[in-house]
Design a protein around this ligand. Structure first.
Ligand SMILES: [Zn+2]
Length: 362
């Protein structure tokens, strides 16, 4: 039922409008134009998120969500089609994350309209700055949303892939303060901030902590010169777990390691620790999981339930009691210059989405 040429055309047009995180305005204007042409009302919240509604329909509002921003290098994208697969020209990402999701939303709305398909009222939410840590969804006023369930079109894998869980994440910005001194003349007058960082780092459980928990210190900056005892070090890191309690315990260990190292060497540590988002997990019997699984089967695809390793806007929806499943939009190797999408996958994911929507009329 999906119009192959049209959805491909839409996708190609969308990826050619630049929308790196924080610079979504022009892209958002284009989406407002397209959504209004499809009969939806639109509004933009204070943070820049786009909310659109198709108020007619039977039953409860159903959420279709995606994000408008893309990662870098994502400017001047020139899509190339070869053997049924769309890629960039190799100098940028493609932007199928998440413009495949948005193309699917637009195409399904278009089909519903032109075929007069029965459907529930639909709420479309397209967030900003998702790639910066789900910031748009974090600042979204969830109380104003009318949906209690929905889809986040922001996954990869074959059509029918359902990301049924997402980890929670803590972020760390750590400033270690020591005391500068001449490294040759009077090192004993100094407090070595780099040594504090090193001592703390070896006591942190880094990498894969267990099957549902990971930890990474990704940036270290510090020191001023070869012959000066380093007095400042900045560390940036994160920890994730699909279990909120495990994450809290892990983050406490990180904080303790830093405090102990600073204390033993006479330095100081200032830690900015933030719970970016909470974990969620949808059960096999969750109505939205069952609906997508049935839609996939009806469309000729094997439903695949997978555990998520990264956050999506779905973390925030589920935390706000909106049961949202992140499903595949067909994208592959995202956040790399090899990012690509097979046209068959794009179509398949659109079919699963359309079928799921029509299954939501009770
Ligand atoms: Zn994404």
């Amino acid at each position: 039922m999906i119009n192959r040429d049209r959805i491909v055309q839409t996708f190609l047009e969308l990826v050619q409008i630049d929308s790196p995180s924080g610079e979504e305005a022009a892209f958002r204007e284009e989406l407002i134009r397209r959504l209004q042409a499809l009969g939806l009302t639109t509004e933009v919240d204070d943070y820049g998120n786009l909310i659109a509604r198709l108020d007619e329909g039977a039953g409860e509002y159903f959420l279709l969500s995606g994000h408008m921003d893309t990662v870098e290098p994502g400017r001047g994208i020139k899509p190339v089609i070869r053997d049924g697969v769309i890629t960039s020209d190799g100098t940028t990402i493609l932007g199928s994350d998440d413009k495949a999701g948005i193309a699917i939303i637009l195409e399904t709305l278009q089909i519903i309209k032109e075929k007069h398909l029965p459907h529930p009222p639909i709420e479309v939410v397209l967030s900003v700055q998702e790639e910066l840590g789900l910031l748009g969804a974090k600042h979204l006023d969830m109380a104003q949303l009318k949906s209690r369930s929905g889809l986040v079109l922001d996954g990869g894998g074959s059509p029918g892939t359902i990301v049924r869980s997402g980890p929670s994440q803590d972020t760390f910005q750590i400033s270690i303060k020591g005391e500068a001194a001449h490294a040759g003349v009077a090192p004993e007058k100094g407090v070595d901030a780099l040594a504090i960082a090193a001592e703390a780092l070896v006591r942190m459980p880094l990498g894969r902590v267990d099957e549902e928990t990971t930890c990474n210190m990704g940036v270290i900056n510090g020191g001023t010169a070869r012959n000066i005892v380093p007095d400042k070090v900045l560390l940036l890191g994160e920890a994730r777990s699909r279990n909120n309690d495990k994450l809290t315990i892990l983050s406490d260990i990180i904080v303790k390691a830093l405090q102990n190292a600073a204390h033993s060497r006479g330095g100081e540590v200032i830690i900015k620790r933030e719970r970016a988002y909470d974990a969620y997990r949808l059960g096999d019997d969750a109505p939205i999981v069952q609906a997508v699984a049935r839609a996939a089967q009806d469309s000729g695809y094997e439903p695949q339930l997978i555990e998520g390793g990264g956050g999506t806007d779905g973390n925030h929806y589920n935390a706000a009691n909106i049961q949202a499943a992140t499903i595949s939009a067909g994208m592959a190797e995202v956040h790399t210059l090899h990012e690509h999408i097979a046209i068959d996958d794009l179509i398949g994911c659109a079919e699963v989405t359309l079928k799921t929507i029509t299954l939501m009329i009770k």
